[in-house]
Design a protein around this ligand. Structure first.
Ligand code: ADP
Ligand code: ASP
Ligand code: MG
Length: 437
């Protein structure tokens, strides 16, 4: 059995839903994970934003526009009046649910309940479409099996048992359908796996079912060798190993949710990145690929803050780094990059919500300087240190761009360079010319 995940644009219109449904039907008895239709989660976020600001009419108007959009999809998607009526009822239930929440008390729990509606609606529409086409699809509600534990990690045993049971109850299904992104937390409340988390759902399901393959279907033909949103002429990378894929996903390659790699890697399940708009394209396969000594791709991670702590006598004073790292641990803030010298250390963080308190604490150990609006530019590949030349090429590509910090050697797979956000696009372009030109 395979896991097939379709992202927002793959189910973004009635036409796309039809195309994807045909593809799913032909691919056999698999388990299919759907994201919300493109734009829906953003609209739901906008509604919750209005509610946080106490602007009820703003939330209502935004919801009304969303409801209109869905009625358009229903009219275009189904042929029979019965199917249209059933789909309208299912969408109406979800919209009504949000409408009721708009009127009541609003806090984080309600926010998550609202955000869950996108995937509940897209799967309801697809399931009804299969029903109209005479395909026996069985909708497995993610809220009945997908759960995180008290650390926010997927509860793999629980998921395996519950999902297995649900599938066993429907042995004659032509295919199974479920929601990406949404889950319950350790308290049993509705929660989610963070933005873009449907990829993670697919990987968790692949791992617990020991699937043959996990396919991530999206709007581009695989992982490109640079960010296609900023660089022209990027090309798909044929294959990556799990480490390379994890580095790229973590450092900004939006095509893949960073957490998606680990469950697949631990269970040695290949992940294929494929294009719904061009299904015959080979895409990218991520597997336990042997080292090949090549640079694979470049990515960029935005909104980085660099914090430098300068001390008069750092290396002589053992325990200095410990105190610095402990400060970040106390504030539950993770560090991305590190550079050290005799007199100081610089680290980068992407979550700056505790920045003021962190800086305050660090001032006990040295002089603190903060650089904001930075970007990590990351070169990824099989960069084992005996293979000469790739570091010099990467640095040479940025010859006329100020580099705040460089990190290499933490793994065999990545060189990271920190630049100001004003230089990001130029840095990405230069690296493409130099490395893949
Ligand atoms: P989905 O909604 O299907 O999950 P996403 O928008 O999350 O799709 O991811 C696909 C997008 O990722 C592409 O449209 C592309 O703009 C962006 N992207 C960023 N970096 C890369 C990269 N290196 N390779 C391919 N796509 C990338
Ligand atoms: N619908 C969610 C989002 O937009 C999850 C996903 O698409 O993976 O973030
Ligand atoms: Mg995505």
């Amino acid at each position: 059995m395979k896991v097939l995940k379709f992202g927002g644009t793959s189910v973004g219109t009635a036409d796309r839903i039809r195309t994807v449904a045909e593809h799913i039907r032909k691919s056999g008895r698999n388990i299919v994970v759907l994201s919300a239709m493109s734009g829906t989660t953003n609209t739901l976020v906008e509604i919750t934003d209005y509610l946080y600001k106490g602007n009820i009419p703003g939330a209502q108007e935004t919801l009304n526009a969303l409801e209109m959009k869905y009625s358009g999809v229903i009219s275009a998607l189904y042929d029979t009046e019965e199917a249209k009526a059933r789909a309208s009822m299912l969408i109406g239930e979800n919209i009504g649910y949000v409408r009721a929440l708009i009127q009541g008390e609003f806090a984080m729990a309600e926010e998550r309940e609202i955000l869950a509606r996108g995937e509940l609606m897209s799967t309801a529409l697809m399931n009804e479409y299969f029903r109209e086409c005479g395909v026996k699809s069985v909708l497995l509600p993610a809220l009945d099996f997908m759960r995180t534990d008290s650390n926010g990690e997927p509860d793999m045993k629980y998921i395996a048992t519950r999902l297995g049971r649900l599938m066993d109850l429907n042995p004659d299904a032509d295919l199974y359908l479920t929601q990406g992104y949404i889950c319950r937390n350790a308290f049993g409340d509705i929660d989610n796996l963070k933005r873009g988390g449907s990829d993670y759902t697919a990987s968790i399901i692949g791992a617990v079912l020991n699937a043959e393959e996990i396919q991530i279907w999206t709007d581009i033909d695989g992982m490109h060798n640079n960010d296609p949103r900023y660089v022209e002429g990027t090309r798909p990378v044929g294959s990556l190993n799990f480490e390379e894929a994890a580095e790229l996903a973590y450092f900004g390659a939006k095509i893949l949710h960073p957490n998606c790699v680990l469950p697949a890697k631990l269970n040695n399940i290949p992940v294929r990145l494929l294009n719904t708009l061009q299904p015959e394209a080979p895409g990218t396969v991520i597997y336990n690929m042997p080292p090949d000594g090549s640079v694979k791709a470049v990515a960029a991670k935005d909104n980085i803050t660099a914090i430098k702590v300068k001390s008069g006598r750092m290396l002589l004073a053992y325990g200095f780094l410990h105190k610095v790292f402990e400060t970040f641990e106390n504030h539950r803030t993770s560090i991305d990059m590190i550079a050290t010298s005799e007199v100081g250390v610089t680290v980068t963080i992407d979550d700056d919500s505790r920045l003021a308190a962190i800086v305050d604490d660090l001032k006990h150990f040295g002089t603190v300087t903060v650089d904001r609006d930075m970007v990590i530019i990351c070169v990824v590949g099989d960069l084992e240190w005996h293979n000469c030349g790739f570091e010099s090429k990467a640095v040479a590509a940025l010859a006329d761009i100020p580099i705040r910090m460089i990190s290499y050697g933490g793994s065999n797979y990545n060189i990271s360079m920190l630049v100001h956000r004003d230089n990001k696009v130029q840095a990405l372009q230069r690296l493409s010319e130099k490395l893949f030109g």
